[in-house]
Write a protein that binds this ligand. Structure first.
Ligand code: T1G
Length: 692
């Protein structure tokens, strides 16, 4: 056994060289890994005792890609041939032995081997698109030569992890072997290759698949048309299509030049910087500084939900999807039946799209039990209350649950902003009370705001943060304050958009400014979708605001066919002259002469208060870190991931610029724009907002 460098070792076993890479956590292609591979392959090729080479990795996975943390930094210039060129020019057969997830540069390295042997549980993929990149190490040129253009486009545009059994259909993998015998099977495979002799075949020299695509020019046009909506705002997908077109129409080396050029453009783009930032932000959000990874967790093998409405039903589906039995409790039989019916309809709709089988529908419905009494929750490990937003109602429910539920059961509330400390105070177990704020539709939206109350224990926090991932959610820990983090920031935007309405902007002007930035909808489209009457009470309404007047006119949003917009039978929205008139009347009443407001000013005045509120939230310790706020906005509010999130975007504007513009608006509009002291500190120290 020879130590090539700190992460690569070389052993020779009867003529077969085994290069082992061991660079936790995922054998990413850091500078040290690449150097070790270059030296290792060179040593094996130069050694006359070696007839073939096996590349294998230690730890949890084969190479999972380039080291994302090294992008953007000053990369050490590659001098001499890189490991892929050495592999490409090897006179001796190379076999890559794949386990875990061979992704991005990892799969690209394996495609430079002559053969690939994979453990049956392994997956392969080219997920660079999620980083705003394209496979920049030959993947856009080699993969189509094995799979053909159409399959290659699917793999690279979705970035999905492909099971090796499927990959083997295209020769991306040559042999699938049992997980436990990967090493010896790969060595045996190499021996057979040596014994059989014959010409070494390189993926880059394959032409049959791409030649067949040369007669289908419509393939790329159709692909672009089909995915246009999904590509909106992203640069990488189009670049990937151009690379695959090059793979079909150009010799390998020329196609590789196209790939290098487009990769260089993407890696220096703000979109990719945002998406690479987001990659680490999402993983950081799972970490709670004072709750260590090894904090004991409470087993959650059964769950109770109070309320079978839209939220309760959606929440129940998350647990059934993860195979966890759920008891969902309603007060009235009709409400319970209706709720269970909606759940079944949702599953049947998913099945009709082929995403689950009808057997899975029955299996999941079988995990959901309806009940009319909270007494049925006596033995569950976790209860999530999901009834309407009235503190008295929640308090009475928690008082009952505290009596009924077994000791140690976690009592969670799905409240979107009420004071959880107040709720916890009615129980004898405040340490077991926590917020689990799901976003509607709860069975679809990825974000879960986990709300830490004053007495919530570390075990309960650790349990719920881990449980979130188990049910396919992305958790972010937040503190108790009105609206927690996501909605509290949204309130700041709402306040400013109402001021803009009075000054001369119309709801559609504001929504357009926000959607042109890349969000799926603006504040007024969101209100119409959610319903203008959330929290509105007819008996108290007195025409004091545009919203009250609209609700009093029964214009409560999409569900009534009219709100700020008018809706046709397909819910297509058009700006409403009725809403415009109401706004104009309010302006007249205030004696305001409306003015034309530019899209740029509208967007700036909607966004600066969001950034400032995020900084206040950090000052108050209601979010653990700035990047958690971005994870919340990307996953709960549709902030485009290629923009990173409000805090990352603030750094793209520059902290100093943000401070200066807040001061400018503070002059005009007062304290709503008073810069947070934390922002002034960041600017004084020359720091970055997203690194707080
Ligand atoms: N670079 C650096 N660190 C990485 C990493 C990577 N590629 N992948 C994972 N990590 C870290 C991660 O931050 C975390 O660190 C730990 O590993 C475990 O990750 C030239 C340009 C492999 C499926 O996009 O999809 O190749 O928090 O929590 O859920 O064409 O990580 O423990 O300190 O996610 O089991 C392409 C990205 C790169 C794969 C494992 N490759 N990684 O998931 O663990 S670009 C990718 C993943 C590229 C080439 C291009 C997942 C995983 P910490 P984890 P997991």
């Amino acid at each position: 056994m020879k130590q090539i460098n700190e992460v690569v070792t070389l052993s020779i076993e009867d003529g077969i060289a085994v290069l082992t890479l061991d660079s936790p956590p995922v054998n990413a292609l850091s500078a040290a890994v690449r150097a070790g591979l270059q030296q290792g392959f060179t040593a094996a090729i130069d050694d006359d005792a070696v007839q073939a080479i096996v590349l294998i990795c230690a730890g949890r996975t084969f190479i999972a890609g380039a080291d994302i943390s090294e992008f953007g930094g000053d990369k050490t210039e590659q001098t001499g041939p890189d490991e892929r060129e050495i592999m490409d020019n090897s006179p001796k057969p190379i076999v890559a032995a794949i386990h875990g997830t061979a992704l991005g540069g990892g799969l690209e390295t394996a495609l430079c081997a002559h053969y690939r042997v994979a453990a049956q549980s392994a997956k392969v993929g080219l997920p660079e698109v999620h980083l705003g990149l394209l496979p920049g190490a030959g993947g856009t040129q080699r993969l189509p030569r094995l799979t053909g253009a159409e399959v290659a486009l699917d793999w690279m545009i979705t970035g999905r992890h492909v099971p090796v059994a499927e990959a083997a259909e295209y020769g991306v993998v040559d042999e699938v072997v049992p997980d436990e015998s990967l090493r010896e099977d790969a060595i045996a495979f190499a021996r057979r290759v040596v014994a059989e002799g014959g010409e070494l075949r390189r993926v880059r020299d394959r032409d049959d698949k791409v030649a067949a695509d040369r007669d289908k020019p419509e393939l790329f046009a159709d692909f672009r048309k089909k995915h246009a909506r999904k590509f909106r705002g992203f640069k990488a997908p189009e670049a990937i299509v151009q690379c695959v077109e090059a793979a079909v129409n150009l010799p390998y080396d020329e196609g590789r030049e196209v790939e290098k050029r487009l990769f260089a453009e993407l890696v220096s783009s703000p979109e990719s910087a945002a998406q690479r930032y987001y990659f680490f932000a999402e993983r950081a959000a799972a970490k709670v500084p004072d709750v260590p990874r090894d904090t004991p967790r409470i087993p959650v093998e059964s769950v109770g939900i109070i309320g079978a409405g839209t939220m309760g039903g959606g929440i129940a589906m998350n647990f059934a999807n993860a195979g966890i039995p759920v008891t969902i409790v309603e007060q009235q039989p009709e409400a319970l039946e209706r709720g269970l019916g909606v759940i079944r309809k949702n599953y049947e709709r998913t099945a009709s799209k082929g995403r689950i089988t009808s057997a899975q529908v029955e299996e999941r419905m079988g995990l959901i039990t309806g009940s009319l009494t909270k007494d049925d929750l006596a033995s569950v490990d976790l209860v999530i209350e999901a009834v309407f937003e009235l503190m008295d109602v929640k308090k009475s429910i928690f008082t009952e649950l505290d009596e009924i539920c077994k000791p140690g059961a976690i009592l969670a509330t799905n409240t979107s902003g009420l004071d959880i400390d107040e709720i916890a105070a009615v129980t004898e177990r405040p340490e077991a009370v926590i917020g689990m704020h799901f976003f509607s539709p709860a069975n679809v939206m990825k974000l879960l705001e986990v709300v830490r109350a004053d007495h919530t224990s570390k075990e309960v926090i650790a349990t719920v943060m881990a449980l979130a991932k188990k049910i396919g959610k992305i958790p972010a820990l937040v503190g108790v304050c009105p609206g927690f983090v996501g909605n509290r920031i949204l309130y700041a935007r709402r306040r400013e958009s109402e001021r803009l309405l009075m000054e001369g902007a119309m709801p559609w002007d504001i929504d357009t400014a926000v959607t042109n930035f890349g969000l799926p909808m603006g504040p007024y489209q969101m209100s119409d979708l959610a319903g203008l009457d959330i929290g509105w009470r007819k008996e108290e309404s007195a025409g004091r605001t545009v919203r009250e007047v609209l609700c009093e006119m029964d214009r409560r949003g999409q569900k009534t066919g009219a709100g700020y917009y008018d809706y046709d039978e397909n819910r297509k929205a058009t700006p409403s002259p009725v809403a415009a008139k109401i706004i104009e009347d309010f302006r007249a009443k205030e004696g305001v002469a409306p003015r034309e407001i530019s899209e740029e000013e509208i967007f700036e005045r909607c966004t600066l208060p969001m950034i400032n509120e995020g900084l206040h939230i950090l000052e108050e310790g209601k979010a653990v870190r700035a990047s958690d706020i971005d994870v919340i906005y990307v996953n709960g509010y549709g902030w485009p991931v290629y923009r990173g999130g409000p805090m990352f975007y603030a750094d793209q504007l520059g902290a100093e610029h943000v401070l200066e513009r807040l001061r400018f608006y503070e002059e005009k509009y007062g304290s709503d724009f008073t810069p947070s002291p934390l922002l002034e500190k960041v600017v004084a120290e020359g720091g970055r907002i997203s690194e707080l």
